[in-house]
Design a protein around this ligand. Structure first.
Ligand code: PLP
Length: 369
């Protein structure tokens, strides 16, 4: 079904037309970037132009960008050396799953990592610390530069999952002080199945995929040239559009103000600290997450319940749990994107308001007919 209103941009955002054009144009080109003949050289040029655009988005050097199949692979590659790993309790599953046996840094009620706890944990020794820049569910921005300063003081490497932050707020790898940074194209207007791990030049990284010399011997396999071309174009557009993306905060704040009037008991998780401008994670008494997502969907409005990275999964969010948030089972995530309009907010509020009024009239569990 074609959704009339799409407000799930943190799950994936529509590909920008210019990026789609780049993918289409390069799908029609033959040439393996590792081949020495002219076709190969043309594909190589496309790859390196995209590498430059992605590097510029995060203030890195071209040679530091390793293209991957997405954010999940980038996170897995960053953590693949193993050792004593410390991660925050609110990381994405692709970090938590790759960091088996890792110790977890707690977060406070606003969803921000506890720097004192981190400092104390690192006194026992650690090889790698991984903390995301912006959380996918709440949008809360983490003090990654402080995390990196503490980790470096204890001699640990630092990885940052910037998949949700890049293209939404300024991301400058050097200012963050991290050794590795993960990116994903489909979160910033590029195609799915493409991403990058950016690795500081002083760090040599062992490949996780072996059997070819691609990506500076750090990731074997013929590159997805068309997808990478689209990633490059999207990265450049997102980098140039940061100011207008920041403007989404006004739309998001209007949504929260009007929803709070409809449901005075509503809570907005992480709303009192720095968040991504496009994200609202909210809950209102009397409405569970699943009911809201399904009822809104029937009304043509797409939002998600907590993290929606694995399709169909609706379970209590480990992020809200780590924040000690009451009402986590009622939480939904509304996330705006580069093509969101004020009328999308009105449509959401009309639909959500009707659902809330129905639930208030009949507090028995709502049947989604
Ligand atoms: N990291 C975060 C914070 C995410 O939100 C996601 C996807 O939702 C990923 C990593 C995984 O990225 P990809 O879908 O490109 O594998």
């Amino acid at each position: 079904m074609e959704h009339a209103v799409y407000l799930d941009h943190n799950a994936t955002t529509p590909i920008r037309p210019e990026a789609a054009d780049a993918v289409g144009a390069h799908l029609g080109c033959v040439g393996n970037p590792s081949s020495v003949h002219r076709y190969g050289r043309i594909a190589r040029r496309t790859l390196e132009e995209a590498r430059g655009r992605v590097a510029r988005l995060v203030g890195a050097r071209c040679a530091d960008v390793i293209f991957t199949s997405g954010g999940t692979e980038a996170n897995n590659l960053a953590l693949s050396a193993g050792g004593r790993i410390v991660v925050s309790a609110i990381e994405h599953d692709s970090v938590l799953g790759a960091a088996g046996g890792a110790r977890t840094i707690p977060v406070n009620a606003d969803g921000i990592v506890d720097l004192q706890a981190l400092d104390a944990m690192l006194a026992d020794g650690a090889d790698l610390v991984s903390v995301m820049l912006a959380n996918n569910e709440t949008g809360v921005v983490q003090p990654v530069a402080d995390v990196a300063a503490i980790a470096r003081r204890h001699g640990a490497l630092v990885h940052c999952d910037a998949v949700q932050a890049a293209g939404k707020i300024p991301v400058e790898m050097r200012a963050l002080g991290v050794h590795m940074l993960s990116l994903s194209a489909h979160k910033l207007g590029g195609p799915g199945g493409v991403g990058a791990l950016v690795v500081e030049s002083s760090l040599s990284i062992e490949p996780m995929l072996r059997g070819g010399g691609q990506e500076g011997r750090r990731r074997a396999g013929t590159e997805n040239v068309a997808g990478i071309a689209g990633f490059g174009v999207a990265a450049e557009l997102a980098g140039n559009g940061l100011e207008s993306f920041a403007g989404l905060a006004a739309m998001r704040d209007r949504l929260e103000r009007r929803l709070a009037r409809l449901a005075p008991g509503a809570q907005f998780f992480g709303a009192s600290v720095r968040r991504l401008p496009n994200t609202s994670c909210l809950a209102a008494p009397g409405l569970d997450s699943e009911t809201q997502v399904m009822a809104l969907d029937l009304d043509g409005v797409a939002v998600s319940a907590g993290s929606a990275c694995s399709s169909g999964k609706v379970s209590v969010s480990h992020v809200l749990e780590a924040m000690g948030a009451a009402g986590a089972s009622a939480a939904i995530r509304v996330s705006l994107g580069w093509n969101s309009k004020e009328t999308d907010i009105d449509r959401f509020l009309d639909s959500w308001g009707a659902l809330h009024a129905r639930a208030a009239r009949d507090p028995a569990p709502l049947a989604v007919a």
